[in-house]
Design a protein around this ligand. Structure first.
Ligand code: ZN
Length: 105
């Protein structure tokens, strides 16, 4: 399974708002089994999924490049209020994409 396909199916599962947390957990487990994926943990939290090809799919949303990630930082800041806001984009060496964060450097 390609990283893009894995991410697409994962996003579909997470978008099922009517379903319980346990349902999503089981659906992700099934997807991981189907893809032969393992998890990469940091401080006990899932950071990314590793596919048999050695490629990674991060839990965080992946942006294709720095421009897209910076646009997302701006857009989210315009649309959200009060909650923790992203302040910067950074490159990810696992998925070779970009992520955004509210953590200062
Ligand atoms: Zn990543």
């Amino acid at each position: 399974m390609t990283p893009a396909r894995f991410a697409q199916l994962r996003d579909k599962i997470n978008a099922r708002h009517g379903r319980s947390h346990d349902w999503r957990k089981r659906a992700i487990k099934r997807l991981m089994a189907e893809a032969g994926a393992t998890t990469q943990l940091t401080a006990g939290r899932v950071l990314s999924y590793r596919l048999p090809s050695g490629k990674f799919v991060c839990v965080k949303h992946r942006y294709r490049n720095e421009t897209r990630a910076n646009e997302a930082v701006q857009q989210i800041n315009l649309e959200t209020d009060g909650r923790r806001k992203p302040i910067r984009a950074y490159p990810c060496y696992f998925c070779n994409g970009w992520h955004i964060t509210s953590e200062p450097r």
